[in-house]
Design a protein around this ligand. Structure first.
Ligand code: HBI
Ligand code: FE
Length: 302
């Protein structure tokens, strides 16, 4: 997303929108402007994910969804979402035109405002889009914001983001967000479950992350994750697994500064690396990405 963001600030926002007038980049959701086609896209995505998530998403995700004014028939209204969220964990949803600059993003999170894209993908791009739209942001992120631990953790990420940027350590911290908030898995009594929004809002990655033999699933370790590159354009090669969502609670209080010094001096890991020190939950076959790489190496294929 960082790379995409650079593109966006250079060339103007996707969808032809201009840089918004307000310094915090918020815009009106413009709920009345959604077309029947927009609501239909939401419905298609909503129904597909709702069938896939029972038994794959964690209990907190499912419960959060149940307690929110989110349903299949309409794109949710941010004011109504905010009313429910505010009572539950003190969060609000604000509309933005797409990716916003890092410091704007962090400033919102630090104040318990979650920026959500107000647009929805086209029917021709159901499975892939470059910028977070209302389906990813609302369906993927908002249910977990109903959980007090995640609510505090994401606020702490906003506060930490501003500090990390000053220290030149944003890349390291962004990896923590990526491998938790976006692509995190958690152990539950009945098996591995999804809590990351990037997985929960993607039909194909929902199956891949939980069931496919290809990716590695490794116990979450903060320093290890800070040193690990990630893929922005494909399924992850490794997922990091929490024993319990409450493990994020301590991350909301850790001072990362001493850690940054160590991590900055150490080497990075590739997305598919498995280390001798890893607590391996499932060791992946690597088949999916190996196949991808061999196809890229010989595009005319065998
Ligand atoms: N903007 N709207 C939006 N959503 C994001 O997830 C987002 C962003 N700007 C920056 C960003 N994410 C990340 O690159 C930071 O977490 C580093
Ligand atoms: Fe996201």
């Amino acid at each position: 997303m960082l790379q995409q963001l650079k593109e966006i600030t250079k060339h103007g926002l996707a969808g032809g929108a201009d840089r918004p007038d307000r310094p915090d980049w918020t815009i009106d959701q413009g709920w009345d402007r959604y077309t029947p086609q927009d609501h239909a896209v939401w419905k298609t995505l909503f129904e597909r994910q709702s069938k896939l998530l029972p038994g794959r998403a964690c209990d907190e995700f499912v419960r959060g969804m149940q307690n929110l004014p989110i349903g299949p028939d309409q794109i949710p209204n941010f004011e109504q979402l905010s009313e429910t969220l505010m009572k539950s964990t003190g969060w609000q949803i604000v509309a933005v035109p797409g990716l916003v600059p890092d410091d704007v993003f962090f400033e919102h999170l630090a104040n318990r405002r979650f920026p959500s894209g107000n647009f929805i993908r086209k029917p021709t791009e159901l499975d892939y889009l470059e910028e977070p739209d209302v389906f990813h942001d609302v369906f993927g992120h908002v249910p977990m914001l109903m959980n007090p631990v995640i609510a505090d953790y994401i606020q702490a990420y906003g506060e930490g983001g501003l500090r990390a940027k000053r220290l030149g350590m944003l890349e390291k911290l962004a990896r923590v967000y990526w491998y938790t908030v976006e692509f995190g898995l958690v152990k539950q009594a009945d098996g591995l479950r999804i809590y990351g929004a990037g997985i929960a809002s993607s039909a194909t990655e929902t199956i891949f992350a939980v069931e496919d033999p290809s990716p590695n699933r490794v116990g979450f370790d903060l320093e290890r994750v800070m040193r690990t590159n990630y893929r922005i354009d494909d399924f992850q090669e490794s997922y990091f697994v929490l024993d319990d969502l409450d493990d994020l609670l301590q991350l909301a209080h850790i001072d990362f500064a001493p850690l940054y010094e160590r991590v900055a001096a150490a080497s990075d890991f590739e997305p598919g690396d498995v280390l001798p020190t890893d607590d391996v939950v499932t060791r992946g076959s690597g088949r999916y990405h190996a196949l991808r790489r061999s196809r890229q190496a010989s595009p005319h294929g065998t």
